[in-house]
Design a protein around this ligand. Structure first.
Ligand SMILES: Cc1cc2nc3c(=O)[nH]c(=O)nc-3n(C[C@H](O)[C@H](O)[C@H](O)COP(=O)(O)O)c2cc1C
Length: 181
């Protein structure tokens, strides 16, 4: 039986929720990124890392990129958690484009990627994040309507609100993939 570890980095809890669901479903280890080093993952055959999307980047992804030499012989899975709807190919293409900037071709070949949909509660955002979102809102509002991506439209329609798209069924493709591995 393969030993599996789920590692996550989550600022507001959505990625953590998915990581917990996955760990429950697989009855495996669950670790927060800040409490773990790559060396601690040595005993595991499969490492699943989940990180929230912030300005296109996956928070905490350096656990995979900086330690790839140590981890590359394991089954590696990455899940992103963001507000943009991952059932929309335009959105996932955009995430993949950002990932190509941080993952080498070998990493892209080796790491299986999934995209899950998160949540946001503007009243709970820290000051820096509130300011970033306000700036992004202003910039997006100035764009030509025709040039808006679906992600921009979703962002504008949910700005300032509390929305929660987390859903346990979104982890099933990850669970199926692990079972087939
Ligand atoms: C400053 C900021 C930037 C964000 N950037 C993105 C983004 O580029 N793409 C996206 O899909 N979601 C983005 N989001 C939404 C988060 O990814 C979403 O809230 C996610 O659930 C956060 O995960 P966490 O709760 O585990 O931290 C952003 C949120 C904030 C506050």
């Amino acid at each position: 039986m393969k030993k599996i570890a789920v590692v996550y980095q989550s600022k507001y809890g959505a990625t953590q929720k998915y990581a917990q669901w996955i760990a429950e479903e697989l009855s495996c280890g669950l670790f927060e990124r800040k409490n773990i080093e790559a060396a601690d993952l040595e005993p595991y055959d499969t490492v699943i890392f989940g990180g929230g999307l912030y300005a296109g980047g996956v928070s905490g992804i350096d656990i995979l990129t900086k330690n790839f030499d140590q981890l590359c012989n394991k089954d590696l899975i990455l899940f992103t958690c963001g507000l943009a709807d991952p059932s929309d190919k335009e959105n996932t293409d955009h995430i993949k484009q950002s990932l190509r900037k941080v993952l080498t071709p070998l990493m892209q070949e080796k790491i299986k990627v999934f995209h899950l949909r998160g949540a946001i509660d503007y009243s709970k955002l820290g000051l820096a994040h509130k300011a970033m979102m306000a700036m992004l809102y202003k910039m997006t509002a100035k764009k030509e309507k025709d040039s808006l991506r679906n992600e921009d439209k979703e962002f504008m329609s949910t700005y300032g609100k509390t929305v929660d798209f987390t859903n346990r069924s979104m982890i099933f493709p990850i669970i199926r993939y692990i079972q087939e591995c």
